[in-house]
Ligand binder design. Structure first.
Ligand code: PMP
Length: 453
């Protein structure tokens, strides 16, 4: 059968991202075949609501002909243009200008990459260059946050603070440091927002004191920690951390690879937080996952310092596919869609999603519900009082993912027993209601399974 032979070929040849290769060989691939709106169809014809927008990226939803047309038109006219040799293409220039126009503050300079990991990687390169340009080459230490995710490049995976990205890879590097997360549900400082902010500020200041401000290049934060389990800091947290960095002359990098492009409501979560970082990274929703693209924004002083120091010399950082015209053409069309109804729909659907997930709080397995807009999580526990996680030995993530799949829903099931939600912004009320109903059904079945408790 069609899909059986695909399963064999996959098992023999395709190495999957972030997977247990042995488990995957045993279980076999599930082949996705087509999609429309928020609904995916697999190779057997089974339909599922995509509660995770692929990998938090298909913000516009599937099947937009206008995006397909934009890509096809660009491929016919000019499928590739390098940015080397002083060359460029119209869609890349226009997209950079449109994005700079909408980005917070003076984040006026856009460097296009292929995705989020190389956007983060590029920030590290530019930041090192920046401090050398300012005559402070010793500022070469980087700080990020436990439970943070900043990509899978060698450098980005070191900034990432998830054990699977370090173990066996010789990471992190000794110049990569972490402070504890704001993780409100399990914060030793308690649940009071001001206490959580104060604890993070104290932890960052302590780390700065320990390393010496004159050695620290930059601090990285996600407005909401995504891959760490959708951890939402209290309002004012980003601002407080940004201020610490300003005080100690440390660059502040906002990693908006997940939160950018309507995921939490506006185009940039930093706008909601009323902060202007020194650098900002995006990817995913930039092209809604239809083609690969990421970007980083540099503020005026970062860009000008680098440009001034380089003078007539080349700043040696570039990819063959930097500012790819087809990706840029898709980005322009996706941006148009955001601003002609999609952001608005996302905000409406996000309120419904959050209300629906809140209604699950009465379920015996639900310890915490958190999120903002179309980015949310439900944390499962076996004992609400003690906040006891589901037993890891029972592999709850795989079991819950499988049950949800069976019930026609794709969600992210983190190993820690956290369910992640990031549906396309185009979701209808009935899509959202189905996500909630199918989640409840999945939770009921999980509760009835003695091995998971
Ligand atoms: N930063 C953050 C905050 C992310 O969530 C991700 C991807 N999940 C990345 C960077 C890396 O992006 P990519 O997978 O496109 O390389």
């Amino acid at each position: 059968m069609f899909s059986n032979s695909l399963i064999e070929l996959d098992r023999a040849h395709l190495v999957h991202p972030v997977a247990s290769y042995r488990t995957h060989e045993t279980l076999g691939v599930r082949v996705l075949a087509s999609a429309s709106g928020a609904t995916l169809t697999d190779a057997t014809g089974k339909q599922l609501i995509d509660g995770f927008a692929g990998l938090w990226c298909v913000n516009a939803g599937y099947g937009h002909d206008s995006i397909v047309e934009a890509a096809a038109k660009q491929m016919r006219e000019l499928p590739y243009a390098t940015g080397y040799f002083g060359l460029g293409s119209e869609p890349a220039i226009r997209l950079a200008a449109e994005l700079a126009d909408r980005a917070p503050g003076d984040l006026n300079h856009v460097y296009f990459t292929l995705g989020g990991s190389d956007a983060v990687d590029s920030t590290v390169r530019f930041i090192r260059y920046y401090w050398n340009a300012r005559g402070k080459p010793n500022k070469d230490q980087f700080i990020s946050i436990e439970q943070g995710y900043h990509g899978s490049s060698t450098v980005g995976a070191g900034l990432t603070a998830l054990p699977a990205f370090h173990a066996g890879f010789g990471l992190p590097f000794d110049w990569q440091h972490k402070i504890p997360s704001h993780y409100a549900y399990r914060n030793p400082a308690g649940t009071d927002p001001q206490a959580i902010i104060a604890a993070s500020v104290a932890a960052l200041k302590q780390k700065i004191e320990q390393l010496g401000a004159e050695r620290i290049a930059a601090f990285y934060a996600e407005p909401i920690q995504g891959s760490g389990g959708v951890l939402v800091p209290p309002k004012g947290w980003m601002k407080a951390m940004r201020e610490v960095c300003r005080t100690f002359d440390i660059l502040f990098v906002a990693d908006e690879v997940i939160t950018g492009f309507g995921r939490t409501g506006p185009l940039f979560a930093c706008s909601e937080e009323e902060i202007v970082p020194d650098l900002l990274t995006v990817a995913k929703g930039l092209t809604s996952g239809y083609v690969p693209m990421g970007a980083l924004f540099m503020s005026e002083h970062v860009y000008q310092t680098i440009a001034e120091a380089a003078g007539a010399s080349a700043v040696g950082h570039g990819y063959t596919y930097s500012a790819h015209p087809v990706s840029a053409a898709v980005g322009l069309e996706v941006l148009r869609l955001y601003e002609t109804g999609l952001l608005e729909n996302g905000r409406r659907a996000g309120a419904r999603l959050m209300a629906g997930l809140e209604s699950l709080r009465d379920h015996p397995l639900v310890g915490d519900v958190r999120g903002r807009g179309m980015l949310a999580a439900v944390e499962l526990v076996v004992d609400k009082e003690r906040k006891t996680p589901l037993p890891a030995a029972a592999d709850p993530a795989r079991r819950i993912f499988d049950r949800a799949w069976h019930n026609g829903l794709i969600i992210r099931a983190f190993a820690s027993g956290v369910l992640g939600y990031a549906p396309p912004l185009c979701c209808t009320d009935s899509d959202i209601d189905a996500i909630i109903e199918r989640t409840r059904q999945t939770l009921d079945e999980t509760l009835a399974d003695p091995t998971v408790r």
